[in-house]
Structure formats: structure tokens, C-alpha cells
Design a protein around this ligand. Sequence first.
Ligand SMILES: Nc1ncnc2c1ncn2[C@@H]1O[C@H](COP(=O)(O)OP(=O)(O)OP(=O)(O)O)[C@@H](O)[C@H]1O
Length: 576
Amino acid sequence: MRLILHYLKKYKLLVFINVISVFGFALVELGIPTIIAEMIDQGVLRSDENYLIQMGLVILLISIIGVSMTILLGFCCAKISTNITRDIRNDIFEKAQKFTAHEFNQFGISSMITRTNNDAFQIQMFVNVLLRTALMTPVMFIFSFIMTARASLPLSGIIAATIPFIILGVFAVAKFSKPISENQQTSLDELNRISRENLSGIRVIRAFDNDAYEQNRFEGTNEKFTGYSKKLFKLMSLTQPVFFLLMNIAGLCIFWVAAHLIADGSLQVGQLVAFLDYLFHAMFSIMLFCTVFMMYPRAEVSAKRIEEVFDVDPLIKSKSETKEAKNETTIRFDHVTFVYPDGEEAVLKDISFEAKKGETIAFIGSTGSGKSTLINLIPRFYDVSKGTIYIDGIDIRDYDVKELRSKLGVIPQKAFLFSGSIKENICFGKEDASDEEIIHAARVAQAYDFIMEKEHGFDEEISEGATNVSGGQKQRLSIARAIIRKPEIYIFDDSFSALDFKTDAVLRHELKKETKEAIVMVVAQRISSIMDADKIVVLNEGNIVGMGTHKELLKNCEIYHEIALSQLSEEELAHE
Ligand SMILES: Nc1ncnc2c1ncn2[C@@H]1O[C@H](COP(=O)(O)OP(=O)(O)OP(=O)(O)O)[C@@H](O)[C@H]1O
């Protein structure tokens, strides 16, 4: 409710119009039975035709007002509920933009998608019904109840006696349905996760001939989800007949008592007609109330799941303004230690090094030695646990994150392309890039030739998951995407691994010309990719075990010598 109220505040005017139309609608609805009762007692029984015509016209006018109010009510409810859902989705998306991998892991990507789509939709349905009925129900009920009491006190006593049973029933349904709704949403998360994994890992599943296993896994979860949904529907479908049964019993009692009252002359037929009409409205409003109340537990579960996302305090906090930077391009790690938020041991230990404008600094080491972790600290995908990283003399935590990242051109280990054209993918690095800039970036990244071989050149569409380009082509496009930004610091995380040796060499040669004014940080497994670097940092189990040029390291770093020996022949090494 807190979440819904928070969003409702943004639409005060619409809510106000909504309230007016509810009152208008309720008064019109309830006014008509009063007039009809008058018409029967004064017009029909006394055969007063003029009176009947006059009252008929009043009913017509009131009905027109009623219809207009109902249309207005529907319009307001639809507008408010859809706008609120849109706002919730936008806010979840905006919040998620600030998440690090650690925060995403708390929910899982599939659950984030379910929360954004399905949970937000549950809120939309609830708000729509709530706005239609929340105000109308008490207004109509109280008014109709007073009117039924006015029409006949003994008969209204029967309604009053029925109400506690209805309220008890509604509370019981809400109590049972809440845990089922929670389980339903959780199993929907699971279903989405399995679908996602299945679809994106379809090749691996087929290659390992594991279709049957995956099918069973999916069917199991689907069955679970269906089970919870069935339980909910059963509960709901039980509720209505029981409700009507109660109503019918109350109706029977009412007619039985009414027959006696009319027989002994203490109740008129007109009064009974008015009573029945008000009774209908009272019951109708109770039924609406039950609908809202039965939807509430489900919406509450969804609201809680959305609030969980909003309540996360992202690890990375941005400064609104960056301190005045020194007029230099440097990057400096000063005794940096890092432990993953959900890890126990330090993955990087007391790391210190520096690189200046125009320099290339490379990182090498066995798998799991911490190379990717090290460079992921620079765009602040995570913050250091100890020590400081300085860019241009300023602690990176003192930057506005946007400004910090605008200095960087990151080419991740797993090249990722978006669905859209090749051109759009390259322009992701610089929205307003000219055609010349796009072509230049593609040429430097050695992507131009293969792009031109595509039927539509730069307008060729990249499919979802970039399945229509090869691994090496993906890497080159993501390199072009970084080049086009002309960043101050290039970060290549094993970004040449899918390239053949010749393309790798040409690309590095072309890059050298492009990056004269920048710092280039390269993580690589291949010695040949980094042996020209100005400085090579050798990592082992999170420690720096060697730092220097290729030649220096060959002489004084045993681990580097071993890596070199495993990749280069004795002859090649002897040349160094
Ligand atoms: N998100 C994470 N949470 C916890 N531990 C992690 C996380 N990511 C990586 N690690 C651990 O941190 C260590 C360093 O991983 P990292 O990816 O930095 O190594 P790397 O040198 O880049 O390896 P590779 O060459 O295989 O890419 C590994 O032991 C890894 O298991």
C-alpha cells in the first residue's frame, strides 16, 4: 500500500476527478431507487400520471449524469493505473542501472524481469479495481444500508446479521491466498530463469544431447507454477458461490419477514421495492469490496517484491560533481586490496602501479589470478576494499560516475552486441558520431572489410544474442565501439583472444597510432599480444609477482619466463 500511495501522489488531480466521479456515480445510483419508491407510493398507487412523467424525466436526467460519471471514472482509473505501472517500471529500470553485479545477484536477472513486468502488472490490475471501488464501496454501502434501515428496520437487521460472516470469509480467503501468491510469483521467477537459460544455451543443450533433461526441468517448474495458479483460482472460484449462498439465505429470510410485515400492514409494497433495490446496491458494494480484498494479497506480494528492489542501497555511490582534475592523464593503483562482496578472501592484494598518457600497460597471469577483477575496479563495477585508485590525480570514488566512465573505453572479455544494426552498435560508443568516424573506427578495429561483405554493410542487422556474427567479428565490433569514443583510457580485457594472429598484429599496429594520447590497459593470455607494452604486470593469486618490460621480466620474473616458455619457442626467446 505504501508503494501504491507513493505513486498515487503524483496524480492528485486525476485522483480528485476520480473521487468526484465516484461520488457522482454513487449518488445517482442510489438516488434512483428513492425516486422509484416515491413513484410507486405516490404516482402508481394514486394514479397521478403527471407526477409519474415528471419523475420519469428526472430519472432520465440522473441516468445521463450517471453514465457520464461512469465513463469519467473508467477513464481516470485506466489513466492512473497504467501511468503508475509505467512509472514503477521506469523506476525499477533506473534503479537497476545503478546496480553492480553483486546487487543483480541478490535477485537474479529473471526475477528482475518478472518484477518489472509481471509484478508491476499485478499492481496495475489492483490499482484499477481499487480506484473504481475503494471509495464507491463504503459510500454505496453506508448510504444503501441507511436507506434500507429507513425503508424497513427489521429487514435491514437481517443484512446486518449477514455482514460479519462475509467479512470473516473474506479475511480467511486473504489469509490463505497470500502464501500461495508468494509461491506463485517465486515459481514464475524460476520458470523465467529456466526459459532464459534454455533459450540462450540451446546450442550447448543440443550439443550435449540434454534436451530431455531440460524439458523435464522446465515441465517440473511449469507444473509447480500451474499448481499454485490452480490453487489460487480454486480459492477464488469457491468464494463467489459461498458468497451467493449467504446472500440467498439472507434473501429468503428477508422475503419471509417482508411477507409477514406486508400482511400485518406495517410495510408497503413501494417500501419493499425500494428496500430490495437498496439491498441490491448494498450487496453489490460488498461484492466489490470482496473483489478488492481478494486481489489485495496478490498485489501486496508484488508490491513487496518491487519494494525490495527499491530498498537496495547500491554499493557504488556517485558524487554529484567531480573535483577539479589535474591536467594530466594518469592512472595509479595505490596499495589496492579487493574482496568480492560475497567472497571471503582477497582476490587482489596490495596492488600498486602507475601508467601515464601514451603508455600501454599489460596484465598477464594464470586464469583466476585477478586480471579481470583488477580492471573492473576502474569503471567502478566494484569499489576497492582497501587502498585507492587515482585517475588524473583524483580518487575515482570522488568522480561523478558518469564522468569517470566517459573517460573510459571498455572492451569486455565477453563481447556483447545489442540487437540493431552494426552502425547502431558502433554508435553506442558515441551517439552523434559522423559516418566518417564510424568508418574510421571500423577500419582501425579491422572490422571494415567484413562489414562491407555483409549484404547491407553498416546497416546489417545484428540478431538477438549476436548469433549472426562470429566471435572474432563480435570482438572487433566491440573494439570499434570503444575506439569511436576516443577515450582517455582504453581497457582491453582479453579482447583479442578470438582473433587470428595476423589480424591481432595488424589491429594492435593500427591501435598504436590511434591511442598515442591515451593510456592503454591490456589483459591478455598471449605473450605475443603484449610483449611490446611499455609495462607488463604479472599477477599470481592476486599478487603482483613481476613488473617491467618483456625483456626485463624474462630475466627476472620466473612466472613470466614460464608463461613465455609455454608460448614461444626457445629460439624466439633467445632472440629477446
Ligand atoms: N563476482 C565474483 N564473486 C566472487 N568471486 C569472483 C567473482 N568474479 C570472480 N571471482 C573470483 O575472483 C578470482 C579472480 O577472477 P578474475 O576473473 O579476475 O581472474 P582472471 O585472472 O581474469 O581469470 P581469466 O584469465 O580466467 O579471465 C577468481 O578466483 C574468481 O573465482
